[in-house]
Design a protein around this ligand. Sequence first.
Ligand SMILES: *[C@@H]1O[C@H](CO)[C@@H](O)[C@H](O)[C@H]1NC(C)=O
Ligand SMILES: *[C@@H]1O[C@H](CO)[C@@H](O)[C@H](O)[C@H]1NC(C)=O
Ligand SMILES: *[C@@H]1O[C@H](CO)[C@@H](O)[C@H](O)[C@H]1NC(C)=O
Length: 368
Amino acid sequence: MLGKLLSVGLAALLSISSVASATTAPAPGARLIATSDTERQWMTESQVFDLIRRDVHFRDISDIEEYATGAVVPTPQAAMPIPTSLEYQAEVVELHQSIDMHRYLQKLTTFTSFHTRYYESPSGVESTMWLLEEINAATQNGTLPYVEVETFEHRFAQPSIIVRFNGTSKRDKDIVILGSHLDSINTASPATGRAPGADDDGSGTMTLLEIVRILVDHQFRPYLTLEFHFYAAEEVGLLGSAGVAKAYYEKGTIVRGMSQYDMTGYSGYGKIGLIRDYTDPDLGDFLAKLIDEYLLITYEDSLCGYGCSDHASWNNFGYRSIFTFEAPFGKHSPFIHTVNDTVDNIDLNYAKEFVKLGLAFAVEMSFP
Ligand SMILES: *[C@@H]1O[C@H](CO)[C@@H](O)[C@H](O)[C@H]1NC(C)=O
Ligand SMILES: *[C@@H]1O[C@H](CO)[C@@H](O)[C@H](O)[C@H]1NC(C)=O
Ligand SMILES: *[C@@H]1O[C@H](CO)[C@@H](O)[C@H](O)[C@H]1NC(C)=O
């Protein structure tokens, strides 16, 4: 989760220039930072840190500048529309029986023991390598020939990780994606502060890991290719997902739907926030159906503002994406981005509902 919704005028607060002046030659090492569809500015790292400390929402669009036009990029829509009804209850409910939250907690505890998962820190890379080993173990190191694990390299050290279940369909460019982010941050001291990131986003990361493990154990084979994305560098402006979405767009990948899991373990409010801005309305309605059918908790529609998590990178490229969050925005965990975002503040029963949701999404979306 990135930042907090600001209600004041950003342009006034931060003297951010409009699109027209964004082409001014940047200083070496500067980043092109967007805080809305129309406000962007080249910033130094310390200016970016200042935004992070103020909890301002932003996207770092330096690597996708040619596509970050303010308008959604035209993208080929999937031949298969978003389902209008649920068809696989028996399969989904059977998979739900295999969820193991003790295992989830054990893995989350190790993941949070790295000092920080900040994208440019040594432990940011070590924690990612640990996660990669866990994913390799969960996928039984290639025992299933149609499951593959790859790292997606960026211009910085921390890679993103992708797990792919090759579908049986001949539509080899049509895919379904579940996303989370593997980095963490301490906003008081971004580069070096202790950042356990249990909720943000250890919870979403472990959600995807648990789902992958269950699908492999059940030898699940989707119809459409199903991918699990663990993005690098979300906290510094959605960098990992921007890189992956750009690469997929450029190779003509067609995405039936992308669903983001970022903060799923804080139950203080007790209802899911179904994020309705910078997301696809039909996919939102579909997630609402999944919640009604499969979960013990319910949801409220909510807005989280500009670029609040990785679904926004897919939205930028015109792909259908959605974000289901632990609470309506603003009612979420007060501990994130601090030393106190620890496993003690994770409600496992609550987090389990999101594992159920992700499993339901994976099955219902990857079949006709
Ligand atoms: C799978 O890979 C992991 C990490 O590389 C390793 O620790 C584990 O022993 C391997 N398991 C098998 C069954 O080969
Ligand atoms: C999955 O499909 C792609 C494209 O059809 C192919 O390149 C790749 O080798 C396949 N991978 C596996 C593990 O089956
Ligand atoms: C962390 O929690 C402790 C104990 O409640 C509190 O004293 C401290 O201020 C918190 N730290 C931050 C950075 O929120």
